[in-house]
Design a protein around this ligand. Structure first.
Ligand code: CP
Length: 339
């Protein structure tokens, strides 16, 4: 694995290695000294052409916890606003000695272009491209699901069945992904990764927010959230952000209306009551509270939304470690490596 661009490219072995390495990284983050010397002397560039809070900060934290130097580049305030191309930006970063590039871009396919253009010859990590892919989000989601559902099932809010996520098994677990699938790189990334890990996925959305070609994805599709909750009984419900900014950019309005959307597809206290005892609630953030998820659902004991954010750091440490240190067995993570 030279780059991380698309969860559909990951084999089961690669996905499991990434998740098991995340578990090992997470274990190091419980220590008093969290920093590891693994990437000392290496430089990670965070190249963000689109806004981000969680992904950008957690990549920066992850790189620093591995002792790498970090250069943060955001399109706003850079020469991109003067019209500089992706190619010239890449050549500039290469000249500055980048050892890995983390890229978020509004154009689907931009990370693939960067990885395969020949402009730079370092690992490229997709931090979200247009409506296409967000692989590290899917990995952190899968890691979170593994911790809670990867072993014996216990009531939500109690101690997770698999405390460290190492070796957790998602085969046969049922995940409902609900909301604005049309614009969601998180949904697409999760569908392919969860399928590889053996989970069953049902997408739930109004017909207007389901992408063309979804029939080729390895999942089921439903337009009826209540039916999925009461009949299919998912082990986890992953709510998606309604991406109003992409709806306006494409000239489309918000259909159904926010009120209808919330009534038909929002996760509220009534729908929480449909869930099995052990079922958990995820959301990649940022949330539109009161639209796709109510405050009661977001803050309930079933919610693992804050844990997802914390798991993002360990996930991104694992990705940087495997792509930059090149090891397949992270034997260098024991306590004596702390500095
Ligand atoms: N989940 C996610 O990608 O959040 P940010 O846009 O804040 O990075």
């Amino acid at each position: 694995m030279k780059h991380l661009l698309n969860t559909a490219d990951l084999s089961l072995e690669e996905a499991v290695l990434l998740l098991d390495t995340t578990a090992q990284m997470a274990a190091t983050q419980g220590r008093e000294i969290k920093k590891l010397p693994t990437l000392r002397g290496r430089t990670v560039v965070n190249l963000f052409f689109e806004d981000s809070t969680r992904t950008r900060i957690s990549f920066e934290t992850a790189a620093k916890r591995l002792s790498a130097d970090v250069i943060n580049f955001s399109a706003k305030g850079s020469s991109v606003s003067k019209g500089e191309s992706l190619k010239d930006t890449a050549l500039t970063l290469s000249a500055m000695g980048a050892d890995a590039v983390v890229i978020r871009h509004q154009a689907s396919g931009a990370p693939h272009l960067l990885a395969h253009s020949g402009w730079i010859n370092v690992p490229v990590i997709n931090a979200g491209d247009g409506t296409h892919q967000h692989p590290t989000q899917a990995l952190l989601d899968a890691f979170t699901l593994r911790r809670h559902l990867g072993g014996e099932l216990v009531p939500a809010g109690e101690l997770p069945a698999v405390m460290n996520g190492l070796g957790g098994d998602l085969r046969g677990r049922k995940i409902a992904i609900v909301g604005d699938v049309l614009h969601s790189r998180v949904a697409r990334s999760n569908v392919f990764l969860l399928h590889t890990l053996g989970a069953e996925v049902t997408l739930v959305a109004p017909p207007t927010l389901i992408p063309v070609g979804v029939e080729t994805w390895p999942c089921a599709v439903s337009y009826n959230f209540d039916e999925v909750l009461s009949d299919w009984k998912p082990d986890a419900v992953m709510m998606l952000r309604v991406q109003r900014e992409r709806m306006s950019a494409s000239g489309g309005g918000f259909f159904p209306s926010p009120l209808e959307y919330s009534r038909l597809y929002g996760l509220d206290a009534r729908r929480l009551d449909f869930l099995e005892d052990h079922a958990i609630v995820l959301h990649p953030g940022p949330m539109n509270r009161g639209l796709e998820i109510s405050a009661q659902a977001a803050d309930s004991k079933r919610s693992v939304i804050v844990e997802q954010v914390a798991n993002g750091v360990a996930t991104r440490m694992a990705v940087l470690y495997l792509l930059l240190a090149g090891d397949t067995t992270p034997t260098s993570l024991n306590a004596s490596d702390n500095t």
